[in-house]
Design a binder for this molecule. Structure first.
Ligand SMILES: NC(=O)C1=CN([C@@H]2O[C@H](COP(=O)(O)OP(=O)(O)OC[C@H]3O[C@@H](n4cnc5c(N)ncnc54)[C@H](OP(=O)(O)O)[C@@H]3O)[C@@H](O)[C@H]2O)C=CC1
Ligand SMILES: O=C(CO)COP(=O)(O)O
Ligand SMILES: [Zn+2]
Length: 349
């Protein structure tokens, strides 16, 4: 008997463009949500966008509440849950970078309410995905969570955000190349479930970004548009897969290991980009092309540019396979000599 089931959860409304922040209330009203909105934000995004969003809800008679978090932690998730209960929130609106959005995502998952994602930085594909990532103990990788009901990505705001956040988003997309190679390898060697549709979408997204690398430039709103659309596609690929496989392979294991060893040393996407250069080399692929694309965009390609010691990068490469049960080109791990050889050959150290 055929007994396969696929349940793909996707956002219903995705708005990307100049000034769409002003359409947040309209995008939400189409979702027929009940109750008060609770806007979840962090200090800078509050000034940049969240106060405006709250004022628009107020003007529409929706009686919004607002909560500001400082750190990406389970304490923050807990605080948002408590505030949501106190104010009897019907749904959450995450306004900010990955931190505010992930806290809103994880809290709404626990509360059983929906949430809306309003990114102020195009820094990684978590801003649209059904994956939540909040550090807990030694765990750094994402876990399944409900995706946003709607995404409102205002390119005017995203283009104005620090450029390094956008280059991190670009590198997170470019990492789909090696993530998909690892996924295919795991499918062949370990019979890991694989989706051709999801893999094709993730690869195409990376290819389009690399193909447009020359035109992705600081200060150009169109660049923010290209990057955020790619982040949406990457999020959709993960939703189709029902896992982060199409967007996370060995390069992400390396980045998560760096997060364990030197927390907050560099942005997620930047670490992942450097990991992609090494992983592509291990796959025997065009690592020079990937390195060139990252450099063209202005993303780091070396340990020094990440601001991380060479020895730490080598140690992270040798321990990355221990991050989670995910088969990749790292297999049962690299030894130190192999890690040094790969990092030196690719010019990462
Ligand atoms: N769900 C997933 O799949 C993934 C989730 N993550 C998570 O996302 C988080 C990292 O996301 P990231 O976006 O890099 O980090 P943050 O949300 O911390 O944002 C980075 C910095 O940019 C500031 N900022 C945000 N928007 C603007 C803006 N428009 N103008 C000026 N400054 C701005 C923030 O200010 P302020 O400090 O005031 O907030 C912060 O200082 C981590 O918690 C990580 O675990 C990472 C990868 C994947
Ligand atoms: O960052 C992600 C995809 O870009 C999520 O991947 P992880 O599941 O490895 O955290
Ligand atoms: Zn990522």
């Amino acid at each position: 008997m055929f007994d396969k089931t696929t349940w793909i959860r996707l956002p219903r409304n995705v708005l990307v463009g100049h000034g769409v922040l002003d359409q947040t209330v309209e995008a939400v009203s189409e979702l027929h949500l009940q109750g008060r909105p609770l806007v979840v934000t962090s200090p800078t995004p509050r000034e940049v966008a969240a106060e405006r969003v709250a004022a628009d809800f107020e003007a529409a008679g929706d009686d919004p509440a607002i909560v500001e978090i400082e750190s990406a932690s389970f304490e923050s998730v807990q605080r948002v849950i408590e505030v949501a209960r106190e104010v009897d929130a019907g749904y959450l609106v995450g306004v900010g970078g990955g931190k505010a959005i992930d806290i809103a995502k994880m809290a709404s998952d626990d509360l059983g309410t929906g949430f809306v994602s309003v990114p102020t930085a195009a820094s990684h594909d978590g801003i649209v995905s059904g994956r939540g990532s909040v550090p807990e103990g030694d765990t750094r990788h994402s876990v399944a969570a409900e995706p946003p009901l709607a995404v409102v990505a205002d390119t005017e705001i995203l283009a104005d955000a620090p450029w390094r956040l956008t280059t991190a988003g670009c590198a997170d997309i470019i990492s789909n190349y090696t993530a998909v190679k690892d996924w295919r390898l795991a499918n062949r060697l370990q019979n890991v479930e694989y989706s051709h549709y999801s893999a094709a979408l993730a690869e195409m997204t990376a290819e389009m970004l690399v193909g447009n690398a020359d035109s992705i430039k600081q200060g150009l709103e169109e660049s923010a548009w290209v990057v955020v659309k790619a982040l949406v596609s990457s999020g959709v690929a993960m939703s189709i897969a029902g896992s982060s496989r199409p967007a996370s392979g060995a390069e992400h294991l390396f980045s998560h290991q760096l997060d364990r060893m030197v927390p907050d040393a560099a942005l997620h996407g930047h670490q992942v980009g450097v990991g992609t250069v090494v992983a592509e080399y291990l796959h025997g692929g065009d690592w020079r092309g990937i390195k060139q694309a990252l450099a063209t965009i202005g993303a780091p390609t070396t340990a020094a540019e990440l601001g991380i010691e060479d020895e730490t990068v080598v140690a992270a490469l040798t321990a990355a396979h221990e991050i989670r049960d995910r088969y990749t080109i790292l297999g049962n791990g690299m030894n130190e000599d192999a890690a040094i050889e790969a990092a030196e050959t690719t010019g990462v150290i």
